[in-house]
Design a protein around this ligand. Sequence first.
Ligand code: ARG
Length: 720
Amino acid sequence: MKKIFLTIVFAFLFLFKSFADEGMWLPLLLGQQVYNDMVKKGLKLSKEQLYSINKASLKDAIVIFGGGCTGEMVSPEGLLFTNHHCGYNVIAAASTVEKNYLADGFYARNKSEEIPAQGLSVRFLLRIEDVTSEVVDSLKNLSGLDRTKRQTAVMANINNRFSDSEKNIEAVVSPLFKGNQYMVFVYQRYTDVRLVGTPPESVGKFGGDTDNWEWPRHTGDFSVFRVYMSKEGQPATYEATNIPMKPKWFLPISLKGVNEGDYAMIYGYPGGTNRYESSYGIKMSTDINNPTLVNLRDMRLKYMFEEMKNDPAVKLQLSSPYAGIANYWKFYDGETKQLLKYDVYGQKQKQEDVFLKWAKGKPEYENIFNDWSKAYDAWKPYALNRVYMNEGIMGSPLVGFAGTLLQLENAMVNQSSSADDVKKAIEAADNRRKSFLEEENKASDQNILGSALMLYYQNVPEEQHPTGFYPALRNAYGQLDEESTYRKYAGEVFKNTIIFEDAKWNAFVKNPDANILQQDLAFNVASTFIKNYNTKYAPYYSQFITANNELGRIYLKGVMEMDPKKIMYPDATFTMRVSYGSVEPYRPKDAVRYDYVTTAKGILEKYIPGDYEFDLPQNEIELLKKKDFGQYIDKKRNDLVINFITNNDITGGNSGSPVMNGNGELIGLAFDGNYEALSHKLAFDKEFNRTICVDIRYVLWCIDKLGGASHLLKELKLVK
Ligand code: ARG
């Protein structure tokens, strides 16, 4: 009786859950039920207006910005909004200590002052097509590595067929529902993208890492770019004569502000979720992967910050990598805490029990958890080693670069490679070295290397250490339980490498000699650790990944079979999704209620003069104190609204995404998630999950009042 009751409650919960807030839906496959629910919640647009391949529609305003963010078109002249943290490396790269746009902000007064951003591109989605039968037919009866290989080949084939390099059209097949469905996404890439404006970092990253992933928040996390095309109207590389791109669609901007319960819709490119992760995977994250990553990043950040805080040039040089490392350092720390707090492991086990009962007598499914636990048990002894490699040893930028020279060594010693192969490998290495040196800060890197070697020694099981490495260290540099040993060795590595010496490096490039490379201390440490891992442990990892993928796919197939009426959305795969929900406050803990907006009042409360994270530009303080809010004022509050929260389902990759009202008008930009729901990649929490957005009125206030760039406002379509 009790069991039946429980199952009913479960089914109900699932059904209900899949119908509100939770879900990153494919705009192409919005079923009638989901669309109806959107309308019920406040959507005023037709399905055709949301996504169409025949007519211009909302989806045409949304782009992949760079390699991992979202942007949206906001004017008929190619103007684009995204987050400050998405434009961050472009802004830092355009800055010098004298002309420091990162610190002081920047607005082009006219188009000729816009700054070309080398290497930056945006991709517009042209269409999505279902190619499931083509892929699935070719994979029939295949499993394991054979299946993986065939899948890669078939997908590459489809990508080729749908791509057209002359028009910059690039197709990407994405396996959805863990490879139970396949869709091809066809994009057009524009490579002339220019920086138009940014607030100072003290506004765009106000609150720094202390406030990152947290609500209440007061951050102006936006930046402005413009997309250009050739005079003929085609995507083109940078030319001074290129003209602003005319998007098929751009978003009008609402100045009306938000109220509790208002409909909110977010389009964008969520990077990855794993909502059907097994209980074993949860355990491996909380016990091994996450805490190890966090410790190693802690160490790296500490050494980087030491150098950054006293030298503006180093600060500029390291700010972008630092922000990236810090962002996921805090994420994974929070993820562990929330997974434990909500007992996601226990929840998964319960779901797996339900599945197992259903699976009984079904040969495809009934052994799935036995197989899964075996796959994890086989990999677990080496999991730590992998994280120590990726986040520790390779966390030293020097070792990371030296590791890439293994390809060169290979070309040099391999009998079958031609002189031309070696020449190419040398050229590639020489180019990579140039970019490495631009980003390299030796002082922090040397400390990181010393610490990483010590932590590896202390924590990775001894039998997995590279043979002979640590005994040799002891013989030459001192006791292995003393930090000074590792410091001395790291010092030697940094002193004795041709990578830092132009004359020696150039001589080597002229006369490539494998011996010189192999005797180089930096190459040596990289090669020793990488070869140890690659030959002995990487094979276990690829076996594990193959099994884990296969079991994941079969499990999800079973879940869908078990409950065929359930409306499901695919995990995020960095493909275009739409999520809908509403503006909502929440209660993070007993007796505490968080409002759904923050205001300028809170900025002034947080302000700490001269602080690394909470300082503010002087003119912002003056304007806020004068309450000079112009047309951006929130009349109800007689204040400037800074950020707001919604219960939409998004994740990393959605950064910069437009938050829209029921009419498809821009009301904000999504830029973060809240701490209480940092388990969201693995389990969506309906009660606590919030998306943090910068109010579009604050964005415009920053451009207009703070930045004095009112000319940009003329391009926008404002809805008052
Ligand atoms: N947590 C944000 C995201 O992943 C990034 C915020 C960047 N700001 C920072 N203080 N690191 O989208």
